[in-house]
Design a protein around this ligand. Structure first.
Ligand code: AMP
Length: 601
Protein backbone atom coordinates (compact mmCIF):
# COMPACT_ATOMS: atom_id res chain seq x y z
CA UNK A 1 0.00 0.00 0.00
CA UNK A 2 1.31 3.46 -0.87
CA UNK A 3 1.92 5.31 2.40
CA UNK A 4 2.46 8.78 1.04
CA UNK A 5 1.43 8.77 -2.57
CA UNK A 6 2.18 11.71 -4.86
CA UNK A 7 -1.51 12.46 -4.72
CA UNK A 8 -1.56 12.62 -0.95
CA UNK A 9 1.57 14.71 -0.60
CA UNK A 10 0.49 17.12 -3.31
CA UNK A 11 -2.98 17.35 -1.87
CA UNK A 12 -1.52 19.03 1.18
CA UNK A 13 -0.39 22.02 -0.93
CA UNK A 14 -2.01 25.30 0.15
CA UNK A 15 -2.63 26.14 -3.53
CA UNK A 16 -5.02 23.23 -4.04
CA UNK A 17 -8.57 24.58 -4.30
CA UNK A 18 -11.33 23.48 -1.98
CA UNK A 19 -13.18 21.84 -4.88
CA UNK A 20 -10.08 19.89 -5.87
CA UNK A 21 -9.40 18.79 -2.29
CA UNK A 22 -12.95 17.41 -2.14
CA UNK A 23 -12.43 15.43 -5.35
CA UNK A 24 -9.03 14.14 -4.22
CA UNK A 25 -10.45 13.07 -0.86
CA UNK A 26 -13.15 11.19 -2.75
CA UNK A 27 -10.47 9.34 -4.74
CA UNK A 28 -8.71 8.47 -1.47
CA UNK A 29 -11.97 7.18 -0.04
CA UNK A 30 -12.73 5.09 -3.15
CA UNK A 31 -9.27 3.55 -3.27
CA UNK A 32 -8.79 2.76 0.43
CA UNK A 33 -11.28 -0.06 0.60
CA UNK A 34 -12.52 -0.91 -2.88
CA UNK A 35 -13.70 -4.34 -1.81
CA UNK A 36 -16.35 -3.07 0.57
CA UNK A 37 -17.49 -0.49 -1.99
CA UNK A 38 -17.81 -3.24 -4.58
CA UNK A 39 -19.88 -5.33 -2.21
CA UNK A 40 -22.16 -2.36 -1.60
CA UNK A 41 -22.48 -1.57 -5.32
CA UNK A 42 -23.45 -5.14 -6.20
CA UNK A 43 -25.92 -5.23 -3.30
CA UNK A 44 -27.58 -2.04 -4.58
CA UNK A 45 -27.74 -3.26 -8.16
CA UNK A 46 -29.22 -6.62 -7.21
CA UNK A 47 -31.71 -5.35 -4.66
CA UNK A 48 -33.17 -2.66 -6.87
CA UNK A 49 -33.28 -4.97 -9.92
CA UNK A 50 -34.50 -8.12 -8.17
CA UNK A 51 -37.89 -7.81 -9.89
CA UNK A 52 -36.41 -7.78 -13.41
CA UNK A 53 -37.32 -10.50 -15.82
CA UNK A 54 -33.65 -11.23 -16.41
CA UNK A 55 -32.56 -11.70 -12.79
CA UNK A 56 -35.72 -13.64 -11.88
CA UNK A 57 -34.63 -16.26 -14.41
CA UNK A 58 -31.72 -17.20 -12.18
CA UNK A 59 -33.62 -17.74 -8.91
CA UNK A 60 -31.58 -15.43 -6.79
CA UNK A 61 -34.55 -15.35 -4.36
CA UNK A 62 -33.62 -11.93 -3.09
CA UNK A 63 -29.96 -12.75 -2.49
CA UNK A 64 -27.64 -9.79 -3.05
CA UNK A 65 -24.32 -11.32 -2.03
CA UNK A 66 -21.42 -11.96 -4.37
CA UNK A 67 -21.26 -15.70 -3.81
CA UNK A 68 -24.87 -16.40 -4.78
CA UNK A 69 -24.70 -13.94 -7.67
CA UNK A 70 -21.60 -15.57 -9.09
CA UNK A 71 -22.91 -19.08 -8.68
CA UNK A 72 -26.26 -18.41 -10.38
CA UNK A 73 -25.87 -15.64 -12.95
CA UNK A 74 -23.94 -16.52 -16.13
CA UNK A 75 -21.15 -14.51 -17.72
CA UNK A 76 -22.51 -13.13 -21.00
CA UNK A 77 -21.64 -11.29 -24.17
CA UNK A 78 -23.75 -8.85 -26.17
CA UNK A 79 -25.11 -11.62 -28.38
CA UNK A 80 -26.72 -13.23 -25.32
CA UNK A 81 -28.68 -10.05 -24.56
CA UNK A 82 -29.78 -9.15 -28.06
CA UNK A 83 -33.38 -10.28 -27.61
CA UNK A 84 -33.83 -8.28 -24.42
CA UNK A 85 -32.22 -5.22 -25.97
CA UNK A 86 -34.38 -5.56 -29.06
CA UNK A 87 -37.55 -5.64 -26.95
CA UNK A 88 -36.49 -2.55 -24.99
CA UNK A 89 -35.60 -0.73 -28.20
CA UNK A 90 -39.02 -1.56 -29.62
CA UNK A 91 -40.70 0.12 -26.68
CA UNK A 92 -41.32 -2.65 -24.12
CA UNK A 93 -41.24 -0.70 -20.85
CA UNK A 94 -41.56 -3.67 -18.49
CA UNK A 95 -38.57 -4.31 -16.19
CA UNK A 96 -36.65 -6.59 -18.52
CA UNK A 97 -33.05 -5.88 -17.54
CA UNK A 98 -33.45 -2.96 -15.15
CA UNK A 99 -36.17 -1.78 -12.78
CA UNK A 100 -35.44 1.85 -13.63
CA UNK A 101 -36.66 2.94 -17.07
CA UNK A 102 -34.05 2.77 -19.81
CA UNK A 103 -34.06 6.37 -21.05
CA UNK A 104 -31.68 5.96 -23.96
CA UNK A 105 -29.15 3.67 -25.60
CA UNK A 106 -25.52 4.59 -25.88
CA UNK A 107 -24.15 3.34 -29.16
CA UNK A 108 -20.92 1.50 -28.70
CA UNK A 109 -18.17 1.48 -31.30
CA UNK A 110 -18.03 -2.26 -30.76
CA UNK A 111 -20.23 -4.10 -33.22
CA UNK A 112 -22.36 -7.17 -33.27
CA UNK A 113 -23.10 -8.78 -36.66
CA UNK A 114 -21.57 -5.70 -38.24
CA UNK A 115 -23.82 -3.20 -36.47
CA UNK A 116 -23.32 -0.98 -33.47
CA UNK A 117 -24.08 -2.38 -30.05
CA UNK A 118 -26.77 -0.60 -28.06
CA UNK A 119 -25.98 -0.15 -24.39
CA UNK A 120 -28.90 0.52 -22.09
CA UNK A 121 -28.57 3.52 -19.82
CA UNK A 122 -30.76 5.03 -17.09
CA UNK A 123 -31.20 8.65 -16.18
CA UNK A 124 -28.93 8.64 -13.13
CA UNK A 125 -26.01 7.19 -15.14
CA UNK A 126 -25.13 10.62 -16.46
CA UNK A 127 -24.25 11.63 -12.87
CA UNK A 128 -21.98 8.63 -12.48
CA UNK A 129 -20.20 9.45 -15.72
CA UNK A 130 -19.93 13.11 -14.78
CA UNK A 131 -18.59 12.20 -11.35
CA UNK A 132 -15.75 10.22 -12.88
CA UNK A 133 -15.07 13.00 -15.39
CA UNK A 134 -14.97 15.56 -12.60
CA UNK A 135 -12.05 13.74 -10.95
CA UNK A 136 -9.73 14.25 -13.91
CA UNK A 137 -8.87 17.94 -13.55
CA UNK A 138 -8.24 17.90 -9.77
CA UNK A 139 -5.60 15.21 -10.42
CA UNK A 140 -4.21 17.10 -13.42
CA UNK A 141 -3.96 20.31 -11.37
CA UNK A 142 -1.64 18.53 -8.94
CA UNK A 143 0.83 17.85 -11.71
CA UNK A 144 0.41 20.98 -13.85
CA UNK A 145 -0.21 24.01 -11.68
CA UNK A 146 -1.87 27.15 -13.03
CA UNK A 147 -4.23 25.49 -15.50
CA UNK A 148 -7.07 27.58 -14.07
CA UNK A 149 -5.31 30.70 -15.33
CA UNK A 150 -6.15 29.86 -18.94
CA UNK A 151 -8.36 27.71 -21.10
CA UNK A 152 -8.43 24.41 -22.92
CA UNK A 153 -8.71 24.25 -26.70
CA UNK A 154 -10.72 21.07 -27.13
CA UNK A 155 -12.04 20.01 -30.51
CA UNK A 156 -15.35 18.40 -29.59
CA UNK A 157 -18.11 17.21 -31.89
CA UNK A 158 -21.57 15.71 -31.80
CA UNK A 159 -22.16 12.65 -33.94
CA UNK A 160 -25.17 11.28 -35.81
CA UNK A 161 -27.92 9.89 -33.68
CA UNK A 162 -31.19 8.13 -34.24
CA UNK A 163 -34.25 6.91 -32.40
CA UNK A 164 -35.21 3.29 -31.89
CA UNK A 165 -38.61 2.14 -33.12
CA UNK A 166 -39.76 2.45 -29.50
CA UNK A 167 -38.68 6.10 -29.48
CA UNK A 168 -35.48 5.89 -27.41
CA UNK A 169 -32.50 7.99 -28.50
CA UNK A 170 -29.49 5.96 -29.66
CA UNK A 171 -26.25 7.95 -29.73
CA UNK A 172 -22.66 7.94 -28.51
CA UNK A 173 -22.07 8.78 -24.82
CA UNK A 174 -20.38 12.11 -25.49
CA UNK A 175 -23.07 13.24 -27.93
CA UNK A 176 -25.62 12.36 -25.27
CA UNK A 177 -23.70 14.48 -22.77
CA UNK A 178 -23.28 17.51 -25.05
CA UNK A 179 -26.99 17.47 -25.80
CA UNK A 180 -27.95 17.20 -22.14
CA UNK A 181 -29.01 20.10 -19.92
CA UNK A 182 -25.94 19.36 -17.80
CA UNK A 183 -23.69 20.51 -20.60
CA UNK A 184 -25.97 23.23 -21.91
CA UNK A 185 -26.17 24.88 -18.49
CA UNK A 186 -22.53 24.25 -17.53
CA UNK A 187 -19.88 26.96 -17.30
CA UNK A 188 -17.86 25.16 -20.00
CA UNK A 189 -16.98 28.40 -21.74
CA UNK A 190 -14.97 29.63 -18.75
CA UNK A 191 -12.87 26.52 -19.14
CA UNK A 192 -12.81 25.85 -22.91
CA UNK A 193 -12.32 28.13 -25.91
CA UNK A 194 -15.06 26.46 -27.98
CA UNK A 195 -18.56 27.93 -27.73
CA UNK A 196 -21.32 25.41 -27.01
CA UNK A 197 -23.11 26.31 -30.24
CA UNK A 198 -20.02 25.27 -32.22
CA UNK A 199 -19.73 21.95 -30.37
CA UNK A 200 -23.43 21.26 -30.86
CA UNK A 201 -23.38 22.09 -34.58
CA UNK A 202 -23.93 18.83 -36.46
CA UNK A 203 -22.10 20.06 -39.55
CA UNK A 204 -18.56 19.07 -38.61
CA UNK A 205 -16.92 21.52 -41.06
CA UNK A 206 -18.70 24.54 -39.63
CA UNK A 207 -18.10 23.23 -36.13
CA UNK A 208 -14.38 22.78 -36.77
CA UNK A 209 -14.08 26.18 -38.45
CA UNK A 210 -15.69 27.98 -35.51
CA UNK A 211 -13.72 26.01 -32.90
CA UNK A 212 -10.45 26.64 -34.72
CA UNK A 213 -11.17 30.35 -35.10
CA UNK A 214 -11.96 30.70 -31.39
CA UNK A 215 -8.80 28.77 -30.52
CA UNK A 216 -6.76 31.15 -32.69
CA UNK A 217 -8.35 34.27 -31.24
CA UNK A 218 -7.50 33.09 -27.72
CA UNK A 219 -4.15 31.53 -28.64
CA UNK A 220 -2.23 32.98 -25.69
CA UNK A 221 -4.85 31.82 -23.21
CA UNK A 222 -4.71 28.21 -24.36
CA UNK A 223 -2.90 26.08 -21.76
CA UNK A 224 -3.95 22.62 -22.92
CA UNK A 225 -5.16 21.12 -26.13
CA UNK A 226 -7.47 18.16 -26.24
CA UNK A 227 -9.55 15.78 -28.33
CA UNK A 228 -11.11 12.39 -27.68
CA UNK A 229 -9.17 10.46 -30.31
CA UNK A 230 -5.74 11.42 -31.66
CA UNK A 231 -7.02 11.18 -35.23
CA UNK A 232 -9.25 14.17 -34.46
CA UNK A 233 -6.25 16.31 -33.55
CA UNK A 234 -4.56 15.36 -36.80
CA UNK A 235 -7.73 16.27 -38.65
CA UNK A 236 -7.75 19.65 -36.91
CA UNK A 237 -4.19 20.21 -38.13
CA UNK A 238 -5.09 19.14 -41.63
CA UNK A 239 -8.10 21.46 -41.46
CA UNK A 240 -5.78 24.32 -40.52
CA UNK A 241 -3.49 23.42 -43.41
CA UNK A 242 -6.44 23.71 -45.80
CA UNK A 243 -8.13 26.73 -44.25
CA UNK A 244 -5.51 29.00 -42.70
CA UNK A 245 -5.72 31.55 -45.52
CA UNK A 246 -9.44 31.96 -45.05
CA UNK A 247 -9.11 32.05 -41.27
CA UNK A 248 -6.40 34.72 -41.56
CA UNK A 249 -8.64 36.67 -43.92
CA UNK A 250 -11.49 36.57 -41.39
CA UNK A 251 -9.16 37.67 -38.61
CA UNK A 252 -7.68 40.53 -40.63
CA UNK A 253 -11.08 41.87 -41.74
CA UNK A 254 -13.13 41.00 -38.65
CA UNK A 255 -15.74 39.44 -40.95
CA UNK A 256 -16.75 35.83 -40.46
CA UNK A 257 -16.45 33.53 -43.48
CA UNK A 258 -19.64 32.65 -45.31
CA UNK A 259 -18.68 29.02 -44.60
CA UNK A 260 -20.39 29.55 -41.24
CA UNK A 261 -24.09 29.71 -41.95
CA UNK A 262 -25.60 27.71 -39.08
CA UNK A 263 -27.73 30.44 -37.41
CA UNK A 264 -26.83 29.49 -33.83
CA UNK A 265 -23.09 29.36 -34.54
CA UNK A 266 -23.20 32.53 -36.62
CA UNK A 267 -25.06 34.40 -33.96
CA UNK A 268 -22.74 33.25 -31.20
CA UNK A 269 -19.62 33.98 -33.24
CA UNK A 270 -20.87 37.50 -33.90
CA UNK A 271 -20.61 38.12 -30.17
CA UNK A 272 -17.15 36.58 -29.78
CA UNK A 273 -15.57 37.73 -33.01
CA UNK A 274 -16.15 41.45 -32.94
CA UNK A 275 -13.10 43.16 -34.42
CA UNK A 276 -10.21 42.66 -36.83
CA UNK A 277 -6.79 41.71 -35.50
CA UNK A 278 -4.18 42.45 -38.11
CA UNK A 279 -1.28 41.35 -35.95
CA UNK A 280 -2.80 37.91 -35.35
CA UNK A 281 -3.64 37.52 -39.04
CA UNK A 282 -0.03 38.30 -40.03
CA UNK A 283 1.31 35.94 -37.39
CA UNK A 284 -0.92 33.15 -38.70
CA UNK A 285 0.15 33.72 -42.29
CA UNK A 286 3.81 33.77 -41.23
CA UNK A 287 3.61 30.48 -39.33
CA UNK A 288 1.26 28.57 -41.63
CA UNK A 289 2.95 29.49 -44.89
CA UNK A 290 6.14 27.74 -43.79
CA UNK A 291 6.81 24.38 -45.43
CA UNK A 292 7.69 22.68 -42.19
CA UNK A 293 4.81 22.16 -39.76
CA UNK A 294 6.87 20.35 -37.15
CA UNK A 295 5.95 21.78 -33.74
CA UNK A 296 3.09 23.84 -35.22
CA UNK A 297 0.99 23.39 -32.08
CA UNK A 298 3.49 25.07 -29.80
CA UNK A 299 4.17 27.77 -32.37
CA UNK A 300 0.53 28.78 -32.53
CA UNK A 301 -0.39 28.02 -28.94
CA UNK A 302 2.90 28.71 -27.15
CA UNK A 303 1.56 28.29 -23.62
CA UNK A 304 0.23 24.77 -24.15
CA UNK A 305 1.51 22.54 -21.38
CA UNK A 306 0.19 19.18 -22.56
CA UNK A 307 -2.06 17.36 -25.02
CA UNK A 308 -5.12 15.71 -23.51
CA UNK A 309 -5.82 12.66 -25.66
CA UNK A 310 -6.11 8.89 -25.27
CA UNK A 311 -2.99 7.25 -26.62
CA UNK A 312 -3.33 3.85 -25.00
CA UNK A 313 -4.41 0.69 -26.79
CA UNK A 314 -4.83 0.99 -30.55
CA UNK A 315 -4.34 4.77 -30.32
CA UNK A 316 -0.64 4.35 -29.48
CA UNK A 317 -0.04 4.25 -33.23
CA UNK A 318 -0.54 8.03 -33.32
CA UNK A 319 2.12 8.97 -30.76
CA UNK A 320 4.87 9.81 -33.31
CA UNK A 321 2.56 12.12 -35.28
CA UNK A 322 1.35 13.85 -32.11
CA UNK A 323 4.95 14.34 -31.00
CA UNK A 324 5.86 15.72 -34.41
CA UNK A 325 3.13 18.36 -34.52
CA UNK A 326 3.39 19.29 -30.86
CA UNK A 327 7.19 19.47 -30.68
CA UNK A 328 7.18 16.70 -28.06
CA UNK A 329 4.63 18.07 -25.58
CA UNK A 330 3.63 15.66 -22.82
CA UNK A 331 0.54 13.62 -23.71
CA UNK A 332 -1.96 12.90 -20.95
CA UNK A 333 -4.25 9.88 -21.31
CA UNK A 334 -6.64 10.70 -18.53
CA UNK A 335 -9.67 8.44 -18.61
CA UNK A 336 -10.75 4.88 -19.36
CA UNK A 337 -14.42 4.62 -20.24
CA UNK A 338 -16.96 2.95 -22.48
CA UNK A 339 -20.62 3.06 -23.42
CA UNK A 340 -21.32 0.26 -20.95
CA UNK A 341 -19.90 2.22 -18.03
CA UNK A 342 -17.11 4.63 -17.21
CA UNK A 343 -14.30 2.74 -15.54
CA UNK A 344 -11.38 4.74 -14.17
CA UNK A 345 -8.84 7.52 -14.38
CA UNK A 346 -5.10 7.92 -14.65
CA UNK A 347 -3.72 9.12 -11.31
CA UNK A 348 -0.32 9.92 -12.80
CA UNK A 349 -1.36 11.71 -16.00
CA UNK A 350 2.00 13.19 -16.93
CA UNK A 351 3.71 9.81 -17.08
CA UNK A 352 5.24 8.41 -20.26
CA UNK A 353 2.70 6.92 -22.72
CA UNK A 354 4.13 3.45 -22.13
CA UNK A 355 3.50 3.77 -18.38
CA UNK A 356 -0.14 4.82 -18.42
CA UNK A 357 -2.29 2.90 -15.95
CA UNK A 358 -5.88 3.50 -14.99
CA UNK A 359 -7.28 3.15 -11.50
CA UNK A 360 -10.78 1.72 -11.67
CA UNK A 361 -13.22 3.58 -9.42
CA UNK A 362 -15.17 0.94 -7.50
CA UNK A 363 -18.36 3.01 -7.30
CA UNK A 364 -18.94 2.98 -11.08
CA UNK A 365 -20.16 -0.61 -11.46
CA UNK A 366 -19.42 -4.06 -10.06
CA UNK A 367 -16.24 -5.36 -11.67
CA UNK A 368 -14.96 -8.89 -12.14
CA UNK A 369 -11.84 -10.04 -13.88
CA UNK A 370 -11.58 -13.08 -16.09
CA UNK A 371 -7.98 -14.35 -16.06
CA UNK A 372 -6.72 -14.11 -19.59
CA UNK A 373 -5.13 -17.28 -20.78
CA UNK A 374 -2.94 -16.71 -23.82
CA UNK A 375 -2.68 -20.35 -24.75
CA UNK A 376 -6.12 -21.42 -23.63
CA UNK A 377 -8.68 -22.91 -25.97
CA UNK A 378 -11.09 -20.07 -25.27
CA UNK A 379 -13.37 -22.16 -23.01
CA UNK A 380 -14.81 -20.03 -20.26
CA UNK A 381 -14.34 -21.10 -16.67
CA UNK A 382 -17.01 -19.09 -14.87
CA UNK A 383 -15.62 -19.94 -11.48
CA UNK A 384 -12.27 -18.38 -12.25
CA UNK A 385 -13.40 -14.74 -12.20
CA UNK A 386 -11.58 -12.61 -9.66
CA UNK A 387 -12.78 -9.63 -7.59
CA UNK A 388 -11.38 -6.13 -8.17
CA UNK A 389 -9.49 -6.25 -4.88
CA UNK A 390 -8.01 -9.69 -5.61
CA UNK A 391 -6.31 -9.20 -8.97
CA UNK A 392 -2.57 -9.88 -9.04
CA UNK A 393 0.20 -7.62 -10.28
CA UNK A 394 1.59 -8.70 -13.65
CA UNK A 395 -1.44 -10.78 -14.62
CA UNK A 396 -3.77 -10.11 -17.53
CA UNK A 397 -7.54 -10.17 -17.23
CA UNK A 398 -10.59 -9.49 -19.32
CA UNK A 399 -12.94 -6.93 -17.77
CA UNK A 400 -16.45 -8.16 -16.85
CA UNK A 401 -19.02 -5.71 -15.49
CA UNK A 402 -22.38 -5.54 -13.79
CA UNK A 403 -24.06 -2.16 -14.16
CA UNK A 404 -26.93 -0.26 -12.56
CA UNK A 405 -28.63 -0.12 -15.99
CA UNK A 406 -28.95 -3.89 -16.35
CA UNK A 407 -25.82 -5.57 -17.70
CA UNK A 408 -24.96 -8.55 -15.51
CA UNK A 409 -21.53 -10.20 -15.73
CA UNK A 410 -21.05 -8.69 -19.15
CA UNK A 411 -17.74 -9.22 -20.97
CA UNK A 412 -16.45 -5.84 -22.13
CA UNK A 413 -13.78 -7.44 -24.30
CA UNK A 414 -10.88 -5.34 -22.97
CA UNK A 415 -7.71 -7.06 -21.84
CA UNK A 416 -6.02 -5.29 -18.93
CA UNK A 417 -2.80 -5.98 -17.06
CA UNK A 418 -2.38 -5.12 -13.40
CA UNK A 419 0.60 -2.80 -12.89
CA UNK A 420 0.30 -2.01 -9.20
CA UNK A 421 -1.97 -0.52 -6.58
CA UNK A 422 -2.95 2.93 -5.46
CA UNK A 423 -3.88 2.52 -1.81
CA UNK A 424 -5.80 -0.79 -2.10
CA UNK A 425 -7.16 -0.17 -5.58
CA UNK A 426 -5.50 -1.98 -8.47
CA UNK A 427 -4.18 -0.04 -11.44
CA UNK A 428 -4.44 -1.40 -14.94
CA UNK A 429 -2.58 -0.98 -18.15
CA UNK A 430 -4.86 -1.23 -21.16
CA UNK A 431 -3.42 -4.03 -23.27
CA UNK A 432 -5.89 -4.34 -26.10
CA UNK A 433 -9.43 -4.93 -27.10
CA UNK A 434 -10.00 -8.65 -27.64
CA UNK A 435 -9.94 -9.49 -31.33
CA UNK A 436 -9.57 -6.01 -32.85
CA UNK A 437 -7.25 -5.92 -35.84
CA UNK A 438 -7.71 -2.48 -37.31
CA UNK A 439 -8.74 0.80 -35.77
CA UNK A 440 -8.27 4.33 -37.06
CA UNK A 441 -10.65 6.13 -34.73
CA UNK A 442 -13.70 4.65 -33.05
CA UNK A 443 -13.93 1.87 -35.67
CA UNK A 444 -13.01 -1.61 -34.58
CA UNK A 445 -12.51 -4.21 -37.28
CA UNK A 446 -11.96 -7.77 -36.17
CA UNK A 447 -10.56 -10.77 -37.99
CA UNK A 448 -13.99 -12.04 -39.04
CA UNK A 449 -14.99 -8.62 -40.47
CA UNK A 450 -11.79 -8.45 -42.46
CA UNK A 451 -12.08 -12.02 -43.69
CA UNK A 452 -15.65 -11.45 -44.86
CA UNK A 453 -14.66 -8.22 -46.64
CA UNK A 454 -11.77 -9.93 -48.44
CA UNK A 455 -14.02 -12.82 -49.45
CA UNK A 456 -16.71 -10.51 -50.84
CA UNK A 457 -14.23 -8.37 -52.74
CA UNK A 458 -12.26 -11.27 -54.13
CA UNK A 459 -15.44 -12.60 -55.77
CA UNK A 460 -15.09 -9.72 -58.21
CA UNK A 461 -11.78 -11.21 -59.32
CA UNK A 462 -13.17 -14.69 -59.80
CA UNK A 463 -14.72 -13.77 -63.16
CA UNK A 464 -11.24 -13.11 -64.42
CA UNK A 465 -9.89 -16.29 -62.93
CA UNK A 466 -7.78 -14.45 -60.38
CA UNK A 467 -7.69 -15.44 -56.71
CA UNK A 468 -6.44 -13.80 -53.52
CA UNK A 469 -3.99 -16.30 -52.15
CA UNK A 470 -2.87 -14.37 -49.09
CA UNK A 471 -3.66 -11.11 -47.39
CA UNK A 472 -2.78 -8.98 -44.44
CA UNK A 473 -3.66 -5.47 -43.33
CA UNK A 474 -2.27 -2.32 -41.77
CA UNK A 475 -3.86 0.80 -40.24
CA UNK A 476 -2.09 3.64 -42.07
CA UNK A 477 -2.26 6.62 -39.74
CA UNK A 478 0.40 8.82 -41.30
CA UNK A 479 -2.10 10.04 -43.86
CA UNK A 480 -4.81 12.43 -42.64
CA UNK A 481 -7.35 10.98 -42.27
CA UNK A 482 -5.86 7.54 -41.72
CA UNK A 483 -7.01 4.61 -43.85
CA UNK A 484 -6.96 0.83 -44.06
CA UNK A 485 -4.30 -0.75 -46.26
CA UNK A 486 -4.88 -4.34 -47.35
CA UNK A 487 -1.96 -6.26 -48.90
CA UNK A 488 -3.03 -8.87 -51.42
CA UNK A 489 -1.01 -11.54 -53.09
CA UNK A 490 -2.87 -12.69 -56.22
CA UNK A 491 -2.78 -15.74 -58.37
CA UNK A 492 -3.85 -15.10 -61.96
CA UNK A 493 -5.03 -17.50 -64.60
CA UNK A 494 -2.41 -19.18 -66.76
CA UNK A 495 1.29 -18.59 -66.98
CA UNK A 496 1.20 -14.86 -67.42
CA UNK A 497 -0.36 -14.19 -64.02
CA UNK A 498 -1.75 -10.97 -65.49
CA UNK A 499 -3.15 -8.64 -62.87
CA UNK A 500 -6.70 -7.30 -62.96
CA UNK A 501 -7.19 -3.78 -64.26
CA UNK A 502 -7.13 -0.76 -61.97
CA UNK A 503 -10.87 -0.44 -62.51
CA UNK A 504 -11.52 -3.93 -61.18
CA UNK A 505 -9.15 -3.44 -58.28
CA UNK A 506 -10.83 -0.12 -57.37
CA UNK A 507 -14.16 -1.98 -57.32
CA UNK A 508 -12.60 -4.53 -54.97
CA UNK A 509 -11.58 -1.69 -52.64
CA UNK A 510 -15.13 -0.35 -52.59
CA UNK A 511 -16.62 -3.81 -52.13
CA UNK A 512 -14.38 -4.32 -49.10
CA UNK A 513 -15.61 -1.03 -47.64
CA UNK A 514 -19.24 -2.01 -48.30
CA UNK A 515 -18.59 -5.24 -46.40
CA UNK A 516 -17.03 -3.62 -43.33
CA UNK A 517 -19.13 -2.85 -40.25
CA UNK A 518 -21.38 0.17 -39.84
CA UNK A 519 -19.00 2.04 -37.54
CA UNK A 520 -16.34 1.90 -40.25
CA UNK A 521 -18.81 3.08 -42.89
CA UNK A 522 -20.11 5.86 -40.65
CA UNK A 523 -16.54 7.05 -40.07
CA UNK A 524 -15.99 7.07 -43.83
CA UNK A 525 -19.25 8.71 -44.86
CA UNK A 526 -20.54 10.86 -42.03
CA UNK A 527 -17.56 11.64 -39.80
CA UNK A 528 -15.04 11.54 -42.66
CA UNK A 529 -12.47 10.37 -40.16
CA UNK A 530 -11.26 7.48 -42.33
CA UNK A 531 -9.89 7.86 -45.86
CA UNK A 532 -10.50 5.53 -48.85
CA UNK A 533 -9.43 1.92 -48.36
CA UNK A 534 -6.30 0.96 -50.27
CA UNK A 535 -5.33 -2.43 -51.70
CA UNK A 536 -1.63 -2.94 -52.36
CA UNK A 537 -0.94 -5.89 -54.61
CA UNK A 538 2.38 -7.53 -53.77
CA UNK A 539 4.67 -9.70 -55.93
CA UNK A 540 4.17 -13.44 -55.88
CA UNK A 541 6.17 -15.08 -53.14
CA UNK A 542 5.97 -12.10 -50.79
CA UNK A 543 4.00 -13.97 -48.14
CA UNK A 544 6.55 -16.79 -48.26
CA UNK A 545 9.20 -14.20 -47.53
CA UNK A 546 7.09 -12.96 -44.66
CA UNK A 547 7.03 -16.47 -43.25
CA UNK A 548 10.81 -16.81 -43.73
CA UNK A 549 11.25 -13.59 -41.81
CA UNK A 550 9.03 -14.79 -38.94
CA UNK A 551 10.85 -18.12 -38.80
CA UNK A 552 14.22 -16.39 -38.79
CA UNK A 553 12.94 -14.52 -35.74
CA UNK A 554 12.07 -17.72 -33.89
CA UNK A 555 8.54 -18.68 -35.04
CA UNK A 556 7.91 -22.37 -35.41
CA UNK A 557 7.34 -23.41 -39.00
CA UNK A 558 4.54 -25.76 -37.95
CA UNK A 559 2.66 -23.14 -36.03
CA UNK A 560 3.22 -20.20 -38.34
CA UNK A 561 0.02 -18.38 -39.31
CA UNK A 562 -0.13 -15.42 -41.64
CA UNK A 563 -0.71 -12.38 -39.43
CA UNK A 564 -3.94 -10.70 -40.57
CA UNK A 565 -2.66 -7.35 -39.39
CA UNK A 566 0.90 -6.07 -39.31
CA UNK A 567 2.53 -3.07 -37.70
CA UNK A 568 6.22 -3.86 -37.25
CA UNK A 569 8.43 -1.61 -39.38
CA UNK A 570 10.64 -4.36 -40.92
CA UNK A 571 7.56 -6.31 -41.99
CA UNK A 572 5.91 -3.24 -43.48
CA UNK A 573 9.15 -2.39 -45.26
CA UNK A 574 9.31 -5.88 -46.68
CA UNK A 575 5.70 -5.74 -47.89
CA UNK A 576 6.03 -2.23 -49.32
CA UNK A 577 9.20 -3.11 -51.18
CA UNK A 578 7.25 -5.86 -53.00
CA UNK A 579 4.24 -3.75 -54.01
CA UNK A 580 3.44 -3.93 -57.72
CA UNK A 581 0.35 -1.75 -57.74
CA UNK A 582 -1.80 0.28 -55.34
CA UNK A 583 -5.52 0.96 -55.70
CA UNK A 584 -7.98 3.10 -53.77
CA UNK A 585 -11.69 2.97 -53.22
CA UNK A 586 -13.15 5.42 -55.74
CA UNK A 587 -16.42 6.12 -53.90
CA UNK A 588 -17.92 6.26 -50.45
CA UNK A 589 -19.57 3.06 -49.23
CA UNK A 590 -23.24 3.09 -48.27
CA UNK A 591 -24.13 4.18 -44.79
CA UNK A 592 -27.18 5.55 -43.09
CA UNK A 593 -27.96 5.48 -39.43
CA UNK A 594 -31.38 4.30 -40.49
CA UNK A 595 -33.76 2.74 -38.13
CA UNK A 596 -32.33 1.39 -34.94
CA UNK A 597 -33.98 -1.96 -35.72
CA UNK A 598 -31.43 -2.21 -38.48
CA UNK A 599 -28.75 -1.64 -35.94
CA UNK A 600 -29.54 -4.68 -33.90
CA UNK A 601 -30.84 -7.00 -36.52
P1 AMP B 1 -17.14 2.84 -26.78
O1 AMP B 1 -18.08 1.95 -26.05
O2 AMP B 1 -17.42 2.96 -28.22
O3 AMP B 1 -17.01 4.16 -26.09
O4 AMP B 1 -15.70 2.17 -26.70
C1 AMP B 1 -15.17 1.80 -25.46
C2 AMP B 1 -13.90 1.05 -25.69
O5 AMP B 1 -12.88 1.96 -26.14
C3 AMP B 1 -13.34 0.44 -24.44
O6 AMP B 1 -13.97 -0.77 -24.11
C4 AMP B 1 -11.90 0.26 -24.85
O7 AMP B 1 -11.74 -0.85 -25.69
C5 AMP B 1 -11.63 1.54 -25.63
N1 AMP B 1 -11.10 2.57 -24.70
C6 AMP B 1 -11.77 3.45 -23.96
N2 AMP B 1 -10.93 4.20 -23.21
C7 AMP B 1 -9.70 3.76 -23.48
C8 AMP B 1 -8.40 4.10 -23.04
N3 AMP B 1 -8.18 5.07 -22.16
N4 AMP B 1 -7.34 3.42 -23.56
C9 AMP B 1 -7.53 2.46 -24.47
N5 AMP B 1 -8.72 2.08 -24.94
C10 AMP B 1 -9.79 2.72 -24.45
Amino acid sequence: MAIDSPLQSRMASPTTSEKDVKALKFIEEMTRNPDSIQEKVLGEILSRNSNTEYLKRFDLNGAVDRKTFKSKVPVVMYENLKKEIQRISEGDRSPILCSHPINEFLTSSGTSSGERKLMPTIEEDIHRRQLLGSLVMPVMNLYVPGLDKGKGLYFLFVKSESKTSGGLPARPALTSYYKSDHFKTSDSENVYTSPKEAILCSDSSQSMYAQMLCGLLLRHEVLRLGVVFPSCLLRAISFLQNNWKELAQDISTGILSSKIFDPAVKNRMSKIFTKPDQELAEFLIGVCSQENWEGIITKIWPNTKYLDVIITGAMAQYIPMLEYYSGGLPIASTIYASSESYFGINLNPMCKPSEVSYTIMPNMAYFEFLPHNHDGDGALDETSLVELADVEVGKEYELVITTYAGLYRYRVGDILCVTGFYNSAPQFKFIRRENVLLSIESDKTDEADLQKAVENASRLLAEQGTRVIEYTSYAETKTIPGHYVIYWELLGRGQSNALPSDEVMAKCCLEMEESLNSVYRQSRVSDKSIGPLEIRVVKNGTFDELMDYAISRGSSINQYKVPRCVSLTPILELLDSRVVSAHFSPLLPHWSFGHQNDVIR
